[in-house]
Write a protein that binds this ligand. Structure first.
Ligand SMILES: Cc1cc2nc3c(=O)[nH]c(=O)nc-3n(C[C@H](O)[C@H](O)[C@H](O)COP(=O)(O)O)c2cc1C
Length: 130
């Protein structure tokens, strides 16, 4: 089982969560800007992670997922965002974005850097779904 986490982060939270998932799964965390040369067909699980600004994730991540839509649909896939909410607003925001990406398994994390340094149970619970 091999896992790739393709992420887009501005201030490090989404990156920290990607690296945590990589560590836990023995997978690889790759910034979307470096992901062009990665062959997604060689992974069993594809995780897409983005930071949220103004309700959206970075355009390059959206483009990347669009360009790789077919292979992502064939694989075990999951989606997460790092955001400022830790409540229903965060859930709704994440549900909407995950639907746009067409990825069923999804989760949102508030203060990703703190989570990976402390109680990462919410991320472990997410990992357990894929
Ligand atoms: C300009 C700006 C806009 C933001 N807009 C949103 C937003 O619409 N929804 C939200 O939940 N969080 C929003 N946030 C909070 C970030 O999503 C949050 O800090 C996240 O952890 C950033 O991830 P990163 O550290 O990987 O860049 C915003 C932050 C900034 C700086």
């Amino acid at each position: 089982m091999s896992t790739i986490i393709v992420y887009a982060s501005s201030n490090g939270n989404t990156k920290a969560v990607a690296e945590y998932i990589a560590k836990k799964t023995g997978g690889e965390a790759v910034a979307v800007s470096d992901a062009k040369n990665k062959d997604l067909s060689s992974y069993d699980t594809i995780v897409i992670g983005g930071r949220v600004w103004a309700g959206g994730v970075p355009k390059d991540l959206v483009e990347y997922a669009k360009n790789n839509k077919d292979i992502i649909a064939q694989k075990n896939s999951a989606f997460y965002v790092c955001c400022m909410y830790n409540d229903e607003k965060g859930q709704k925001q994440c549900d909407k974005l995950a639907a746009e990406f067409g990825i069923a398994k999804h989760a949102f994390f508030n203060k990703g850097k703190k989570l990976v340094q402390g109680d990462a149970k919410v991320i472990d619970d997410f990992i357990a779904t894929f």
